[in-house]
Structure formats: structure tokens, C-alpha cells
Design a protein around this ligand. Sequence first.
Ligand code: ADP
Ligand code: NA
Length: 335
Amino acid sequence: MRVVSGIQPTGNLHLGNYLGAIRNWVRMQDEMAEGQECLFFLADLHAISMPHDPAELKRATLEMTAALVACGIDAQKSVLFNQAQVPHHAELQWLLNGTARMGWLNRMTQFKDKSGKNREGASVGLFTYPVLQAADVLLYQTTHVPVGEDQKQHLELARDIAQKFNNDFASDDAPVFTLPEPISPPQAARIMSLRDGSKKMSKSDPSEMSRIELVDDADTVMKKVKKAKTDPEPLPSESAGLVGRPEALNLVTIYAAVSDISVDDVLREYGGEGFGKFKPALAELLAETLRPISSRFNELLTDREALDAILARGASRARELGRPTLDATYAALGF
Ligand code: ADP
Ligand code: NA
């Protein structure tokens, strides 16, 4: 079993990123059996398909690396790297561009969503990046890719490309590419803004009070949780009682996700209590969970060289793992 998963590098990481994405990677890593490994990469090459700020990309890549390590990705157990340091990804994409069909890419709904009305002004990269995604997984003979609903279509495309390439250029008993299977990532909580239960917690929300950041200290967490929007009702004793109370539901969801129990379990303990009691308990739980993460995160961010070294080591291992497939691809194509 080989699992490969990528994440766009982003800065200003918050609780939503941790509970919705990063923690799942840590779990996947920890569930790998002896001799199996996960490859986790920062999809920095993907970033240039949309308008981007070069200095911000660099900062976000380092911040995301620090966050992943602080949250428990072990660069000895897993291969942690950024795409840009493994040119095999871009190289394989070009080779696969000969196999991917225009019609297949034309059907990708993400291109339609992201290019919007300005199709003519979209970058060519935005159109072809599903082929880069195919290269990201096919390069490593990946067997399993964790994909959410929004990425299913792109994994299908990777399988179509692999299959057509194998048919066109390889013999049945020696296929060049493994067809990757989708696995559903463990169900992740969707964390909402602390100021508005209808918006998700996001780094781009102008109000810092709307999100708990990974760098927040205990006092900041307490202040943000206490100021979080709620309603005057006490907590219900069952989850059905949270219908129509998005802010209350969000706080209980956060408590449940952080302590790995169900919303109903939380309500069994706090049902009937007001927020005057629940909020400090939540803030304390969050502060306790984030304390080791934020201290490691801050420490890593002050040591740029150590972060560079982690990524360099991961990239070197990834290049080694990807080399045989890249060589086989060139050979199959007649180079
Ligand atoms: P943001 O919305 O802050 O810009 P991104 O879109 O960069 O965050 O998301 C990075 C990762 O974190 C993605 O895997 C995304 O699904 C996850 N994520 C972001 N916000 C949340 C949230 N509020 N709840 C759960 N997961 C989230
Ligand atoms: Na976003």
C-alpha cells in the first residue's frame, strides 16, 4: 500500500485546517503498517495556476511544513516534500500531456468553477493542472489516494490517463502505471467562523476573532472563545436540539472533534448548561490541545534552515522513489 496526498500551501493556519485536513494526515501516517509509507507533499506547483504572490508562496510553504511537523507528521516515517523540488512531477506531466485528451479535461468541473466567466483569461495551467495531479500520484505507483468529493473527478482522470498510457505504450504484463484507488479520508469536521455560524472558519476572514489560529496562546484562545457568537439558550441534551442554532452547534462540534467524541457525547456532559460554563471548558480544552502544537510550530518557524532541511530530505527521497517510473515512461515513449 502506498498513499500519496497533497495540500496547497497556505499561511495563517487555523483550527479548521488542523481538524479538517492536517490531523487526517497524521492519522493516516500513524495507521501505516511496517514497510508501508505515506508521501505527503505541498502542492506549490499548483499555486501558479492562479494569480499568486511569490513571496507569499515561499512563506506559506514553510509555514505549512512547520504546521505539519508540529501537528505530528514525522519526516522519518513519511516522505514530506514540496513538488517544486521534485522536477519529476512537472516532467511526468509533460509526458502525460500526450495521453490526456482535450475532451477529458473539458469535462472537469473545477476548471469551470475556478475560471468562472473569464475562461479566455484563465491560465493554461489552470486547465491542465488535473494532468499534474495525475502525475503527482502516478509517479509513485500509488495504490491509494484519499480524496474528498471535490477531487473524485480528478482521480478518475488520473486512472483514465494511466489506463490509456498502459494500453498504448506498455504490454499487458508490464504496465508502466498502477491504477490508484480512491479512499475516503476519515470524516472531518467542518469548522465554522466563531463570529458567524453560516461561514466556514477561514484564513481570509478579515476578523481575527472569527478563527483560532495555530499560533494562538491560551489567553488569546480564551478571549476568542468567550467572545464567540452564541444564543441565550442553554445547551440541549441531544444533537437534535442544535438544529437552527449554528453557532452553538459549531462550538459543540469543535469540542467533540478535539476530544474525538460525538456531539451527543458532549451534550451528555454539558446538556442543560449555559455558555457561561461551556465556553471556559472549551477554551481550556483548546488551549491544552494547541499548546504543544503552537510551541513546536513557533520554534520551527524560527529555524528556517531546519525546515529547509526537512523539505530537502523529503525531496531527495521522493526523487529516488519517482525515478524508476519516470525512466520507464520515457522508455515506453521511445526516448
Ligand atoms: P482557508 O479556507 O482558510 O483558505 P484552505 O482553503 O487553504 O483554507 O484549506 C486548506 C485545508 O484546510 C483544506 O484541506 C480544507 O479542506 C481545510 N479547511 C479549511 N478550512 C476549514 C474549515 N473551516 N473546516 C474544516 N476544514 C477546513
Ligand atoms: Na480558501
